[in-house]
Write a protein of this length. Sequence first.
Length: 338
Amino acid sequence: MEKLKNCKQVGCQVSEDGKCLEGLEIDDCPHFYWSEELQDIDETIEAPQNNPTIKQPTFQLFPGTELTLQQIDTVTNKYNCSWVVILGEFDCGKTTLLSSIFDLLQIGFFKKHLFAGTLTPIGFEERSHLSRTISGNEKPDTERTKSLEFRLLHLALKRLDSATIRNFILSDVSGETIRQARNSGSVMKSQLSLVKNADIIFYMFDGEKLRQEQRGATMLNANLFLDNAIKNDILDKNSVLNILISKWDMLFDDETFDLEKQIVQPLNSRFNHQLAVINYFKIAARPDESDKGIDIGFGLEDLLDKINTETANVPQKPESILSMNGRNFEILKIKIDD
């Protein structure tokens, strides 16, 4: 085949008149190359991809991963959502709770509530991976929340007795953020100031650490966090605080533990006059396999009832991050970035 003069630059006529577009000797031009003659050249052949005048079609697929605060309008511009935030110390079970709800909804475990979709399926799956057989773990586990920033998941639910589909943004906050916030007012304000705009606030106690040997330190840490949250206006007299006692399978037959005397009464005595209401829930999202009679997902149906009923008839707060879009949301993002 005969070799033809050619050039990578758009508009160069070297193949026709043999002259370089930039006036260089052909051998000195970095864009010049020899190409072999093609037989039966199709006149309709597409223009080179590097031609800036030809726009190549592009498609951006929704990734389905967890969302940051800066990305929340991806969901909230589409759906009216309620925001549920889960607080608690490291390894108390926050992420396990979220992944277990997602898993159990897939098999229709909660008879009153049906799974109605999610825009963050990969975000849920990443949290659930270590509980799957494919992970190679002998016992189910959960990926820990590592980021100090809010990471958000979308979940839609439908009750059997209602035609309405309700959308939620769920967020668990890392234990490290909680640890820093209970010891620092500045961290509390900078990292958790948006919590006061949540529609439902959960604070989770690690049931395993409420056993006798660690109970005192666990209660002290909770008191310090709640005190600091109230002092810095994260919680106030309008706040409904929902206390979750996780890993109930490790507590319910512990003769040294009395939920009412050791948890409910002390917290009510200390914080009832500073908060609107304090509610208490016992849960075991992923109990150890045993003959204790505590089934997987223990207490989670009551939790979903709480989420659904508490937010069903409550107008969304005008300052909530979930009601912001357009210019208001852009202002919020500037504040977050600052």
